[in-house]
Design a protein around this ligand. Sequence first.
Ligand SMILES: Cc1cc2nc3c(=O)[nH]c(=O)nc-3n(C[C@H](O)[C@H](O)[C@H](O)COP(=O)(O)O)c2cc1C
Length: 395
Amino acid sequence: MKNSEESKIFLSGKIAGLQLKNRIIRSGCFEGMSQGGRVTEQLVEHHRAVAAGGVAMTTVSYCSVSFDGRAFDHELWMRDEIIPGLQKLTETVHNEGTAASIQLGHCGYFASKKVIGKTPVGASRKYNLFRNSFCKAMTGKEIEEKIEDFGNAALMAKKAGFDAVEVHAGHGYLLSQFMSPFTNRRNDRYGGSVENRMRFPAEVIERIKKYVGNDFPVLVKMNQYDGMKGGLEIKEAVVSARLFEKAGADAIIPSCGFTSKTPFYMLRGKVPVKEMVSNKKNLFTKTGLALFGRFMVREVPFDKLFLLEGARKTKDAVSIPVIYIGGAVSKADMENLLSEGFGFIQIGRATIRDPEFVNKMKKGEVTESDCDHCNRCVAAMDAGGVFCVTREGKI
Ligand SMILES: Cc1cc2nc3c(=O)[nH]c(=O)nc-3n(C[C@H](O)[C@H](O)[C@H](O)COP(=O)(O)O)c2cc1C
């Protein structure tokens, strides 16, 4: 094994105007620590610990750009009122010598009617089994409003001291619902060809860049494939990645999966049905999951670097940095990813398992994460905040 001085992992790298101390970024992993859509001490401490653990940048997970883009009440929602809380978070992360990014998005058709108080919006009218609700197709005016919401949210993130924003255009969220032929059945300028389906997501990036400026990094997390019949596939995803680059994106993170259809596809590994049932409060969801959870949520075994093939195709299609995500758990694999031209690597569960993972790799104390992909950390998000259930022995 190479020592840390020789390892590419610990060389600094740049995204737009941002210099990062090494090549590892903590991916957006929903913390479940933002009751009422606000920053809590628990959220700040969570990211302090991750930052202190050696990553170059930590990502505050899903923050809705508007009130109607939320799936849960304990999810951040960007507005002036939370800027002081976010400032405290970014200062705390910076004090650990680490950069901070925030993931901005909108849930679209799987927003919770109960949380947002109205019918959710989406690309086209569609039924969502997990919510037992229909959404309404967005009008041109509503699309323009959402573009503006994304722009304003990014500006607020910049004001709050974030070093970058990550636009969530994957996992079946609103922008992904427009990109996917499965959810986008429109026949106006926002539907049909891949260029038309990309129009709204690309306009979002253009507006954000206009508001935050060229030096401020805008990362885009998108799907390389949705994981169900009729969804986005790699061929069109590669075209979409190019269109994101053209719109001004500074880096692409090619992920996969559709939250409302294949929620564990982006993770691979076990589906913790028992723990999820015990944490759900809504009787319909609880009963549905208990009876049909095994059938509703497909289990796909975990493999190291499970998104490599599509990530390579994405990397070959664009000239901005591609950030590898998905099962990067060993130091050797990370070095190989960087050697073959990936700019950075995002890791999720390895840092939930052990926030000190990157420091330990650097010191030569570990060469691989010991996360076993039981995915019970996902159930923990709704039981007081994300943590490694195996390590802490609760739930
Ligand atoms: C508990 C948990 C919560 C997650 N929440 C989000 C999220 O809010 N946004 C997102 O884009 N991805 C989310 N993910 C997916 C991760 O960012 C990442 O794509 C996935 O875990 C694969 O990376 P890994 O193999 O390094 O864990 C979550 C993953 C976990 C385990």
